[in-house]
Write a protein that binds this ligand. Structure first.
Ligand code: CP
Length: 314
């Protein structure tokens, strides 16, 4: 059986193209399973997974939990607001205590970049990064690229545009790493204040003219402005942002071609994208959410195999 090159999923940066292809192939199999009347397999019935979310989440948390349950794993959920973290316990101590209860795998969302790496070095467990601050969100990038591949085929030489708050976005960085591995051409479009300094070292081109950028691309991934990561505003106001960079019918009609529309969620309708575009025929936003479960099943299954956890026949 093919194996991942990594023991944890800390970020796309640590993956190879062959890892992504293996995850996609496995996700296709799980997508077929979760569309059957009986969506559940007993594959991971002997493993226990803890979901540790220190930041809010709707999609990622529910998607991981469904993925784990559909693989037959036992699942425990941890909420930082009602835990002993509030009494001053360190992240490593918290996780080591959870692991002492015979938990096999940890899914971690944390506001501090590098927290999953820290746990991978200081605990004896398999760690999956479910988003660490403004650093990486690897399963989101995998499900985005999987959804693109379903619609566009091989992403080599496909033109993918990312519009929005690139500076504060873990989704942008993980997508850039993944799209580069898959051979896509990448452009970003956003206000100058939301462009990270190191962007051009990541083989990404900047196109400030949103109409030119939209005419160039096969697909656009629209990102939310992450006000929770901003101490002050990076542009005058939402109205101006949405006039210049928000995706609306005027801009889409102007480009006179069909492009795929993606958004990782949560959506701020009327700011970075209008309801008409969210609900348009070219939007694959809910397909991304559906694919998220299959991608997370694939990641968990492949890491469990790599770690030689007990796996039952499907
Ligand atoms: N896309 C995403 O990470 O959404 P949540 O914050 O709701 O998990």
């Amino acid at each position: 059986m093919d194996k991942l090159s990594v023991d944890h999923l800390l970020g796309i940066k640590s993956l190879k193209k062959s890892d992504i292809n293996l995850i996609f192939k496995t996700a296709l199999h799980f997508k077929e399973i979760i569309n059957r009347p009986i969506k559940k397999v007993p594959t991971l019935r002997d493993i226990t997974i803890a979901n540790l979310f220190f930041e809010n989440s709707t999609r990622t948390k529910i998607s991981f939990e469904l993925a784990q349950k559909r693989l037959g794993a036992d699942v425990v959920n941890f909420s930082s607001s009602s835990s002993s973290v509030k009494k001053g316990e360190s992240l490593t101590d918290t996780v080591n205590n959870i692991l002492a209860m015979k938990v096999d795998m940890i899914v971690l969302r944390h506001p501090n970049p590098g927290s999953p790496l820290l746990l991978s070095k200081n605990t004896n467990s398999c760690i999956i990064n479910a988003g660490d601050g403004a650093h990486e969100h690897p399963t989101q990038a995998l499900l985005d690229c999987f959804s693109l591949t379903e619609n566009l085929g091989d992403l080599k030489d496909k033109n993918i545009l990312i519009v929005g708050d690139i500076l504060h976005s873990r989704v942008a960085l993980s997508n850039i790493y993944a799209l580069n591995l898959l051979g896509a051409n990448i452009k970003i479009s956003c206000p100058l204040s939301l462009i990270p300094r190191e962007i051009e070292s990541l083989d990404v081109k900047i196109e400030r003219d949103i109409i030119k950028a939209l005419k160039w691309c096969d697909a656009v991934n629209v990102l939310r402005v992450q006000k929770e990561r901003m101490e002050k505003s990076y542009f005058p106001n939402d109205r101006e942002y949405s006039m210049l960079y928000g995706l609306d019918t005027t801009k889409i009609n102007n480009i006179k071609k069909d492009i795929l529309i993606l958004h990782p969620g949560p959506i701020n309708r009327g700011v970075e994208i209008t309801s008409e575009i969210v609900e348009s025929n070219n939007s694959i936003i809910l397909d991304q959410v559906e694919n998220g479960v299959a991608i997370r099943m694939a990641v968990i299954y492949l890491l469990a195999s790599k770690m030689n956890f007990s796996i039952s026949e499907q």
